[in-house]
Design a protein around this ligand. Sequence first.
Ligand SMILES: [Zn+2]
Length: 201
Amino acid sequence: MQILLYVFLFLVVIALIFFTVKLLNVFEKKNTKFDFFIKNIEIYMKRVHPNIGINYSIVELVKNEKNEKIKETLVIQDIVSQFYNFNFTKKTQKTIPKEKLWATYIDNPLSSSYPNDWLQRKEFAYVRDNKSCKRCGQNLESLNEVYTSFVRPVKEGGGYNFENILTLCADCSKIMDSNLEKSSIISSLKLYDNLLKFIED
Ligand SMILES: [Zn+2]
C-alpha cells in the first residue's frame, strides 16, 4: 500500500516538473520572439539611418500588451514618429574651390528654373555628401535615389550654388520639404513600410 503511495507521489512530482518546464518554455518563447523583433529593428535603424538616435523606452511601455501584433505595431509607430521628429537644421555647405568645378559653372545662374547643368550639380553634391542623406545618414546607392534640398529655398532667394544644395533620401526630403500634415507624411514613409515587414504573420 505504502509503495503505491510513493509511486503516486513520484508521478505527481514528475508531472509538476513537466508542466513547470512547459510553462517556462512558453514564457521564454514569447519573450524571445519580441526581444528578437526589437533587436532586428535596432540593427536595421543603426545600419540604415545611423544619424537618428532612437530611444527605445517604448519597449517598456508596451510590455503588458498581450496581442503581439499590436505590441510590435506600437513600437514601430513610435520609432517612425521619432524619425519624423528628429531635429535637423539645414546648414550652408562648404565652398568648393573653383578649380575643382567645371569651367562653365556659375555660382548663381540667373534663372527661375533649374540651371542647364543641374544634373552635374546634383551629382557633385551627392559625392560631396558622401553619397548619403545629410539628415538620417542613409547610404544612397545611386543618383536615382537622391533628393535635393536647398538650405535657403529658391522661392526665398536661395541659389543653385553648391553651398545651398543638400543631399537627402526620399523620406527625409518629404519630412523637410513637404507641406503635408505630419500624419500623411508619416503614413507615406518608406521607413514605415520597411519596419512593418519585421512583423511576422
Ligand atoms: Zn534621410
